[in-house]
Design a protein around this ligand. Structure first.
Ligand code: SAM
Length: 230
């Protein structure tokens, strides 16, 4: 019987290397090949855990072209691990196209549980967690206003990824579209030395970050519209 190949998505730390899981280390050691978003970034992680393994770049600029090669490797029975620079592959990172191709080719796919910025931000926000919507990055130009207005009636807690350079712009637009009193939480540098969690109204947060320009990586969690429409 031929050996069955398998793709395993392996989440990696979003800031604190101690957040790697034991299973992630085992899979990275056992994989025949590691597909990495940026091999230079991932070689630091692998070196830290003394893992010597061949890597193959898999990023948004080559993922369309390399999918057939990767599928062949899986069909030949190889165990491939996919990692991104940080967090869970496929979540605002390359992964979806490859997973879809595996599903279409009846190749087994597994995703290990592990680090991602979205869940800690939601859980620490103090906003309702039982239902939420993950919006990832807002479009920077085209489609931004449309997306913001589509979300005006969203009653679930909303989670956005954001760059520090656009935080104030986003908070200002959220206040315009959803009202200055809407509650939100800005999570900066999660799991890192200078982690900062700021909760308040959109107006308060916009004022704070205008006066204290932020650095680092950011998740914004915004309360959904209340049933009364406020
Ligand atoms: N795949 C990743 C995940 O599972 O969270 C997300 C990758 S996306 C390219 C990077 C964005 O995730 C950052 O711009 C930021 O919005 C968020 N992010 C990643 N690490 C973070 C951290 N330590 N603290 C806050 N936000 C973070």
């Amino acid at each position: 019987m031929t050996k069955q190949g398998k793709l395993i998505l392996v989440p990696t730390p979003i800031g604190n290397l101690e957040d790697i899981t034991l299973r992630a280390l085992t899979v990275l050691k056992e994989a025949d090949l590691i597909l990495a978003e940026d091999t230079r970034v991932s070689s630091k992680l692998l070196n830290h855990f003394s893992i010597e393994k061949k890597m193959f770049p898999h990023h948004k600029f080559n993922e369309h072209k390399t999918i057939n090669t990767i599928i062949s490797k899986l069909q030949q029975g190889n165990l491939l691990a996919l990692i991104s620079d940080a967090g869970t592959p496929g979540i605002s990172d390359p992964g979806f196209l490859l997973v879809r191709a595996c599903v279409e080719n009846e190749i087994e796919v597994e995703c290990l549980p592990g680090p991602s910025a979205l869940i800690p931000a939601l859980a620490v926000s103090g906003l309702p967690t039982e239902r939420f919507v993950f919006e990832g990055f807002l479009p920077q130009k085209k489609g931004r206003q449309t997306r913001l207005s589509q979300l005006a009636q969203e009653s679930r807690t909303m989670v956005f990824y954001e760059s520090p350079f656009r935080l104030v712009k986003s908070l200002t637009q959220f206040a315009e579209f959803y009202g200055i009193e809407r509650r939100a939480c800005v999570c900066r540098e999660l799991s890192k030395m200078f982690e900062e969690i700021k909760r308040g109204t959109l107006h308060e947060l916009q004022k704070y970050y205008t006066e204290n320009p932020p650095k680092g990586e950011i998740v914004i969690v915004v309360e959904g519209v209340s049933k009364k429409g406020k």
